[in-house]
Design a binder for this molecule. Sequence first.
Ligand SMILES: [Cu+2]
Length: 457
Amino acid sequence: MSGNRRRFFQDAAFVGAGFLGLAESLGGNTPGNDPQTAREIEQGRHPSPYGKHSKKQVAPLPAGPDPFLPMVAPDLADLPHEVDGGVKVFRLVAEPMKRKIAPFKTIDVWGYNGSCPGPTIQVQQGDRVRIIFENKLPESTSIHWHGLEVPIEQDGVPWISQKPIAPGEKYVYEFTVHQEGTFFYHSHGAMQEMMGMIGFFVAHPERTYKPRADHDFGVILQEWAVLPNNSVPNTSAMEYNWLTFNGVSAPAITPMIAKLGSRVRLRFINMGMDHHPIHLHGNQFVLTGTEGGRAPESTWYPMNTVLVGVAQARVVEFEAKYPGSWMVHCHLPHHMMNSMMDLLRDRAIETANTTDAKALGQMETLAESVPFEHVHHSPIAENANSVPGFPQDAFMEMGMDEAVAKPETHGLPPNWSAGMMGMMTLVRVLPDKEYERMMKRIEGRETDQKVEHPHKS
Ligand SMILES: [Cu+2]
């Protein structure tokens, strides 16, 4: 990989939304695939979720593979690589680490290169790749290349295809990627998987998918059982109290930023004990790929909830034709929130006979210890405590806008973070000017203005 291209990768990862790649893609001269203007959208020229197709013949295919738009996995970095005699060489280190999954919760996990889930490996169909792997875990491990068609000796299954890689040992995997699609790498030990040992392995196609996407985002679905007074996940549990996207719980997850009129690709992979129905608000999408690669267009149909089963990848695409901050979340009710157990440090939250004052007191204890800036909650009825079943969602909200603030959250309404918990994030579809301002902000060219936050409680 040339220095420029490597730099491109780093920049793309750094800015979070792959701005440079987007600029290239959005400004590209693909006929008939230009983003819509706000006016066109107002006038109702809505593109089909199946995509827009050009009738004009494009230029003849170049000899080499097409340049690709790197996938951006919010809150995760890409694994850098070097090129050695035409082989892309990655260095991957398995190790224990800590992961801050919420502003007030850090857990002990196992991952790769200081990241859990591991950093993203991005290659292109046809690439020869070498992964120099080092085991810094206290026990043996191996890496399985999930979905990739590799020779048996590269399959990463202890005793079947290789000897387990002992603590302190190195092992070299090498294979040619002849497929395209969304794959993953993970430990082949079940308990190690539940300690977080998974990462994206994205193989970009040799020829760009049609219709082309302007934004490409990736999200890893994980779940954790962390008992009160513990920081180590209980890997044999079947009940989970922490739900994460890319190793972070809402509202700490970095929102995805898309330009109005663009085509957005979302890739999900799941390593856990549950299947997750991932729902997108306000839009329809089509399923364009699975863990087996690109799905033929004849199989696409409109939907807005995709079930991402364990060990599956699901890739969906939609035309971002409506401005707004659209939720993307797992719709299992218990995955739309976090710990019912140690929300307040190591105490159980009371779910019965809870008075307004008592609940506020508990929330304030947590708020002061994090610290959050404010505590707000939605209004409750005067006679709430006399109604059987109360409280349900009351008092669960914890506004922590400032604790999770970053450029991508700029401009969201006050207390936006209060209702965001568990596997929940946003795709923020911004009109041209707002999008450009956001990109500048992400690049650090505009500093945040302090906005006064009205506080009544
Ligand atoms: Cu779920």
